[in-house]
Ligand binder design. Sequence first.
Ligand SMILES: [Zn+2]
Length: 208
Amino acid sequence: MRLTETDVLLVIDVQNDFLPGGALAVPDGDAVIAPINRLAARAPHVILTQDWHPPGHASFHGSHPGRAPFDTASLPYGEQVLWPEHCVQGTRGAELAAELRAERAELVIRKGCHPGIDSYSAFLEADRRTRTGLAGYLAERGLTRLFLAGLATDFCVLWTALDARRAGFAVTVVEDAVRGIDLDGSLSRAWAEMERAGVGRVASSALV
Ligand SMILES: [Zn+2]
């Protein structure tokens, strides 16, 4: 598959808290960095996302007395998985991985900034109304095809891929440049959902 000038490498949440040793570590999460760095060196455009929560965010289990990590809670916009506290604004855990070659990134989208709303998707927050502005940015620049990489396959990559399809973008997941959390089979469900939505898969070695 040949990269063209209207293609974007969209790198989701490669931050310390999602890597081994972090507050919400994705198994084998650091394995995404090498393929991402190889692609980021030559992708026509690179955009990054950063999960970026204020202290006491509604997605943290500690914000809901008596709840444990990975419980769910009913928030005004629907069911929310409760996570360990992670990616708090300005903390080391929220920083992009030091090994990530981020210097060619043209935009960093920060998401999950509203105290009461989570955002797995880089386009639309969990209330399904609050926009991050990414779709408008891509449209203004005439960027039409997205290659997704990063963490985690079954949450932020999945929701970003589905919203990108709904917004009319072509989407391909770089399968060796993502890793999942896999809560109760969520990883295989995520791949199936993406396939149904017309999201493609490619190995990083097949992108030239
Ligand atoms: Zn988060």
